[in-house]
Design a protein around this ligand. Structure first.
Ligand code: ADP
Ligand code: ADP
Length: 226
């Protein structure tokens, strides 16, 4: 099954910036996929379209077969998004943040509490569950956003520069967690401007530059070319 099918995707922002100029991309279910490119290449815009935070100008997007234009609610339910910026209420506790997120997806309270325990423990945040999010370090905040993204048990996790500004030790533990959940069957797409990160984690890769895909290959294939 295809996790993602993007055809001729364009995004022109008001003001005229052409952030995406006709993207075609396929990601298979179970893949660990990197979207690599320099700052300003269009990575966040692309992810914004997938998560329906950004309106596309043109093109077709299917997520596990569900079209963003005609099956929006189902398409969205397949995705857990880990954005680049910290977009949670800093005054809420970790438990409130993740349990409320599950609520938006209609997950029953009891189930949400069990999942909160499972994911906060896996991400080494359980001891902090009753503290306000603002007291967390940057690396902990990123892990909190991963836990939150998993609460509705999506089939795909999309992470925008997940380890930006995170120190090497935390980065390694995040990498191993992502590998682990990928092995459990969750498709993962991440953006990065670091080849090293893509190399450590990803099976397949697309390189985006100035709104266009300039390379789309296996990680091994890319490394063989360099
Ligand atoms: P959409 O078409 O998805 O609704 P908009 O074109 O309305 O998006 O842009 C959203 C807002 O972000 C606008 O108010 C725009 O001014 C602002 N913005 C402009 N340039 C940038 C930029 N480089 N990065 C982030 N936001 C920007
Ligand atoms: P990346 O994630 O690869 O750094 P982005 O998708 O953030 O790239 O940006 C692609 C281009 O679109 C850049 O030129 C950026 O300035 C512009 N851009 C991003 N967001 C907005 C916005 N909301 N409004 C206008 N321009 C934007």
């Amino acid at each position: 099954m295809k996790a993602l099918e993007i055809r001729d995707l364009h995004k022109t922002y008001k003001g005229g910036t052409q952030a995406l100029k006709g993207i075609d991309l396929d990601v298979q279910e179970g893949d660990f996929f990197a979207l690599l490119g320099p700052n300003g290449a269009g990575k966040s815009t692309c992810i914004g379209v997938l998560a329906s935070l950004v309106n596309k100008t043109q093109g077709q997007v299917r997520i596990f077969g569900d079209d963003l234009d005609t099956d929006l609610v189902r398409a969205k339910s397949h995705i857990g998004l880990v954005p680049q910026e910290f977009n949670f209420n800093q005054f809420e506790t970790l438990l409130q943040i993740v349990v409320n997120q599950a609520g938006y997806y209609g997950v029953p309270r009891q189930v949400a509490r069990q999942r909160a325990e499972k994911y906060l423990k896996q991400l080494d945040l359980w001891d902090k569950r009753n503290t306000p999010a603002r007291t967390l370090s940057g690396g902990m905040k990123r892990r909190l956003m991963i836990a939150r993204a998993l609460m509705h048990e999506p089939r795909m996790l999309i992470l925008d520069e997940p380890t930006a500004g995170v120190d090497i030790e935390i980065r390694r533990s995040m990498w191993s967690f992502l590998k682990q959940i990928n092995q459990q069957g969750i498709t993962i797409i991440l953006t990065t401007h670091y080849l090293e990160e893509a190399e450590m984690l990803c099976r397949n890769i697309a390189i985006i530059d100035k709104g266009r895909i300039i390379e789309n290959t296996s990680m091994k294939g890319l490394l063989a070319k360099l």
